[in-house]
Design a protein around this ligand. Sequence first.
Ligand code: ADP
Ligand code: MG
Length: 674
Amino acid sequence: NVNKTNNVKVETNGHDNIKESKVVKETVQDLQEARRQLPVYMVRNRLLEEIKKNDTMILIGETGSGKTTQIPQLIHEQRLEGAGTIAVTQPRRVAAITIAMRVAAEMNTDIGSIVGYSVRFEDVTSPRTKVKYLTDGMLLREAILDPLLKKYSIIVLDEAHERTVSTDVLFGIVKLAQKERADKKLNPLKIIIMSATMDVDTFRKYFHNCPVIYLEGRTFPVTIYHSKMKQDDYQYAAVCTIFQLHATTPANHDFLVFLTGQEEIETVMYNIKQIAKEATGPPIRVCPLYAGLPAAKQLQVWREAPPGTRKIILATNIAEASVTIPRIKCVIDTGVVKERTWSGGTGAERLAVRAGSQAAGWQRAGRAGRTQPGAAYRLFTADDFRSRPLHQTPEILRCPLASTLLLLIAAGAEPSTFPLIDTPPPDSVKASLTLLKELGAIDSEVNPKLTVIGKKMSTFPIEPKYSKVLLSAPEYNCLDEMLSLIAVLSSENVFHTPMHKREEAIKVKQKFLSPLGDHITLLNVFKAFCKAPLKKQWCKENYLNHKNLTYACEVRQQLLAICHKLNLTVSSCGQAYDQVLKCLLCGLFTNCAWQRGGAAGGAGVAGRYVTAAGAAAALHPASALHAARPAPPVLLYTELLSTSRTYMLTVSAIQPQWLHQVAPEYARRCRANR
Ligand code: ADP
Ligand code: MG
């Protein structure tokens, strides 16, 4: 019975869109017919032969050809996985969830039985699960418990071209596991690497010259248009382009717009809805698609709009290759991505909106030509496009490695000899090992072993900095507060500030504001949310994001369960918020910034700070401390965001001497550098 809601998780999680989760209205016959149309299906016999024959293979095929949804099913139909399970990794959680749901529907089974998924903070599998979609990060965590990954007979590393740190590390883990299982005469491991595009030679070499199979795609021509002039505001440019096209193209042409994140998507969505009221053209349905979106809302994207209505999908780069949305005729590409980068030597981490690669540009454009000829509108000039790098730099070369190294060490690997396709800069490895040492997670930077604390830290699915905070919390009597705070920090922005009601939203937010800064402010919000009886209504009245706060509650539950397993005492420090901030500093001590010219600088230099790494940084205007006078001399920030300048996000004021109290070794090193 395909019509019944097959989205168990949505109901138990208390998400509010149960009705919308019934969007899978296609019958079993429809779904089977659609399967038979896919390029992968046409060549299934040959593919299965190759899969049977080879221990390791690389499979390249155009996005939408059926790699991710079909190949695991074909394998399972032939029972090639034997007594084991098929694991299929995805770089993003939305992809893992939506694809697992699609496959469960195609197999006419409930999600969580034969087909399941496992993503951070959510495991929808059972002992019967044979086809398991999971994020690369989750498989990496499983490798800690069993580096040989024995329960899997086939591991599919999908979207390999994305080169996330976790996928890169998994290449090494599965390669070593395959060899060791063979050497020890254990059940063999089959490895399948799948990708839309890839630098195949490097991969082939890495996997002992394994065979590469190319799938013929079915694509239609896509006409590409570039902006004639440089666009200063890509969100604005996107909205303008949407309405120009809206007025001139037939209603059955759906649009796909690439943006960088939830907040941006929500702003653009609001603007579209406002303008649509007066615009000429057919009615519009706007569907967002980003990582944190509840599962039921995600499915909206695949639902056909009523005849005569235009569907406009606003997506992050998840829609670039991980998921395929049919019927897209126009792609609007802002040309930007949100990327985490890190300058290894200095330890400054940035979340920055940057220009995407040429490969990403082609992938995005390709989404318009899946089912008919289409068009892609690039909101940047042709010269700009040509000046971009061909491929994105693999994440491992530009990201903090502390959490990855912690997992590697926990899985028994030696970081200096572990086989990686691309070796990260030695500076970056060294800085991460230093951080792990200073967090007390490893005993030494050379030939490191996990300490007792490090072992506990590795059981939390969060950055080592934050797991250290949780483990330090009982000492400060504030685990109750830290669980809430870290849960809120794990979700996207809980404040909802619609542009048209900015003033009002800011006024309402006042009641949560703490003079100590954003962390305590967030805590106030979360506490009030937990107490509110009618949460949805309450959020609306208080300009808070109900979805994100609900997600934070789930995360808190998960973290709490781990704390219970580790026998940590959950107690509250009441109003003694100094304890909360000191405890936060135990993990985030590398995130301090000092006022330029010292406190003597006075109010005139408010907002001008220098980080421990020596970078100039300003308080973000949205910070609770933005208006504080005099400006606090020392700040603890959660994130640095670089746009036209570098901003500190989610910030608290701390006492200068605290750093020496909680991290004396680091404080000394820091002072020497400053
Ligand atoms: P690939 O991995 O090769 O990019 P997929 O297996 O993800 O391709 O998708 C194959 C086809 O299945 C897509 O072209 C799309 O039409 C369909 N499809 C995938 N996921 C969904 C979904 N959640 N809802 C509806 N159709 C889907
Ligand atoms: Mg795929």
